[in-house]
Design a protein around this ligand. Structure first.
Ligand code: NDP
Ligand code: 2IT
Length: 447
């Protein structure tokens, strides 16, 4: 299919305007490619310069974060918030603390977040933020001082009706707690300005599990479409953080066997099925490394410096970070019999690998659809905070299942309507997410 000329032009223009931002341009390319048929049918979008407007973040702030380590040494990091698009609701999206954080990474994440949040059906715009701070090896008090300093500046830019951050890589319950405490002290307000909070101060049950569980609920729809389910399937998962562990937990509950998990140093393979309670203890309580798993399970294997995509599996779930699954990995997975690939992380699959899966009959779930359960549950946390009540685990879980099912249906139906390949959920998710934001922008006049 020929690419629409307006789409082509907008992408070329974006490449010129954003030099040195490879992750951002990669995300743009993936989305714009699939929007061609929509622009063919809707000339009014071009007349309103909708693409140029949607590619440019509404606001991007960057700031100095000064903090002191336990030895009294002063450090400076760079903090950011990208407020991408607020056409359908307050900016919403996580904060990432990782040394690789820069404007390219945060703009790619913020851009993706807009579409993801639109797909949830909840009134949330898109944003992302974070810092090039590395929490690894820092003491609790160092992390606390960093979070307090970070929030001292961030608090000027966010608010319960303006922008509601949450966690992402390197930001979990501990960090959200420290940031929330600082926001409360600075503003003298107890409001739902962050999600992923502790349960005793406004957090929602199910939020911790939501991204991983949601990815499995999405995968259940894909499996059902092909006349099968998780029962008896072998699942390879990358990562060993919040998303990976709870994807593993739900897949196991649904009868699958999870054989791998990983971190940035290597992966573990346990043919008997990974003991996720042990992984939780190593990673969440002790903040250790995945390699420690084989100290307890001697028959399990640890592969230093490798990714898990060479193993034989039915389902692969990429739950660590961007570009962790490339063309070579895609070929290996496919050759070894993998038929379903689910992105629990944001953009873990390179463009070439994504195309390979789509062209070779592997049913592929893009992150902005499959990992939307986390932000969806964040939206439900905002609702509970506004209503000043707490729903039970089951109530939130049932809502989460309903939302993931609807996201699948939207992506599938847009793929069927617009793409030559009805299984192209990449195009389906991009189009379904886009149209809602585009129409909201048109309705609200030029800005
Ligand atoms: P965590 O910080 O809990 O875990 C991240 C995991 O990914 C760790 O195992 C980490 O290993 C690994 N990892 C990080 N960077 C790299 C790297 N460069 N190479 C290999 N492995 C790496 O983060 P989350 O589980 O929350 O996030 C994982 C992914 O899911 C991210 O892409 C995030 O954007 C996405 N996501 C998260 C949501 C959430 O609700 N938390 C919602 C939707 C998407 P190590 O310890 O060695 O760094
Ligand atoms: O990428 C994501 O969707 C997240 N990190 C979760 C964002 C949120 O606001 O819960």
């Amino acid at each position: 299919m020929a690419t629409n000329t307006y789409v082509k032009r907008a992408l070329e223009e974006a490449k010129k305007r954003n030099p040195g931002e490879p992750e951002f341009l990669q995300a743009l390319e993936e989305v714009l490619e699939s929007l061609s048929p929509v622009f063919d049918q809707h000339p009014e979008y071009e007349a309103a310069a909708l693409l140029e407007r949607m590619l440019e973040p509404e606001r991007l702030v960057s700031f100095r974060v000064t903090w002191e380590d336990d030895a009294g040494k002063v450090h400076v990091n760079r903090g950011y918030r990208v407020q991408y698009n607020s056409a359908i609701g307050p900016y919403k999206g996580g904060l990432r603390f990782h040394p690789t954080v820069n404007t390219s990474v945060l703009k790619f994440l913020g851009f993706e977040q807009c579409f993801k949040n639109s797909l949830t059906g909840l009134p949330m715009g898109g944003g992302k933020g974070g810092a090039d701070f590395d929490p690894k090896g820092k003491s609790d008090r160092e992390v606390m001082r960093f979070c307090q300093s970070f929030m001292t500046e961030l608090s000027r830019h966010i608010g319960q009706f303006t922008d509601v951050p949450a966690g992402d890589i390197g930001v979990g319950g501990r960090e959200v707690g420290y940031m929330y405490g600082q926001y409360r002290r600075l503003t003298n307000q107890s409001v739902g300005v962050l999600t992923g909070k502790g349960l005793s101060f406004g957090g929602s049950l199910t939020r911790t599990e939501a991204t991983g569980y949601g990815a499995c609920y999405f995968a259940q729809e894909m499996l059902a479409e092909k006349g099968t389910d998780f029962n008896g399937k072998v699942v390879a998962i990358s990562g060993s953080g919040n998303v990976a562990v709870f994807a593993g937990e739900k897949a196991t509950q649904l009868g699958a066997k999870v054989v791998t998990l990983s971190d940035s140093n290597g992966y573990i393979y346990d043919a008997n099925g990974v003991d996720l309670e042990l992984v939780k203890d190593i990673k969440f309580n002790k903040r250790g490394r995945i390699s420690e798993y084989v100290e307890r399970y001697l028959e399990a294997e640890y592969h230093e410096g490798k990714r898990p995509w060479g193993v034989s599996c039915d389902i692969a779930m990429a739950c660590a970070t961007q570009n962790e699954l490339d063309l070579e990995d895609a070929k290996m997975l496919t050759a070894n019999g993998c038929r379903f690939v689910v992105e629990g992380a944001n953009m873990p699959t390179t463009l070439e690998a994504t195309r390979y899966f789509l062209e070779n009959g592997v049913y592929f779930a893009p992150g902005k659809a499959a990992n939307a359960g986390g932000v969806a549950c964040s939206g439900l946390e905002m609702t509970q905070n506004s209503m000043r009540l707490n729903w039970s685990f089951e109530e939130v879980d049932v809502k989460l299942q309903g939302i993931m099912k609807k996201i699948y249906q939207q992506a599938k139906s847009a793929a069927t309507q617009y793409s030559e390949n009805a299984d192209d959920l990449v195009s389906g998710a991009n189009i379904a997410g886009f149209v809602k934001i585009a129409d909201a922008m048109l309705a609200q006049g030029l800005y």
